[in-house]
Write a new protein. Structure first.
Length: 118
């Protein structure tokens, strides 16, 4: 299993970023996928989830209405569109298989850093 996150960066409050997670080593189209984040000194928590077909999504309350998860099963890639970013969104962002919990708990990618600051 390989999970390769990209698209992070430094952005001002109110800005937007689009994260991508390219995957390989498993049948992507058969798995729900999720994004998770970990801020400095805090545990990793789920941010958003999408089912295998892409027609059902779920979000943490803290990002609801601002973030959108999507997927392209032809490209084995899951995305996270992040709008109206806040300093509290600053964290390392990771993707994994699974809807409510990460299935590949021992196979996290390197993550992509998102920093929201003026």
């Amino acid at each position: 299993v390989q999970l390769v996150e990209s698209g992070g960066g430094l952005v001002q409050p109110g800005g937007s970023l689009r994260l991508s997670c390219a995957t390989s080593g498993f049948t992507f189209s058969s798995y729900a996928m999720s994004w998770h984040r970990q801020a400095p000194g805090k545990g990793r928590g789920r941010v958003a989830s999408i089912n295998s077909s892409g027609d059902n999504t779920n979000y943490a309350d803290s990002v609801k209405g601002r973030f959108t998860i999507s997927r392209d099963n032809a490209k084995n890639t899951v995305y996270l569109q992040m709008n109206s970013l806040e300093p509290e969104d600053t964290a390392m962002y990771y993707c994994n298989a699974g809807y409510a919990v990460a299935l590949f708990r021992d196979q996290w990618g390197q993550g992509t850093q998102v920093t929201v600051s003026s």
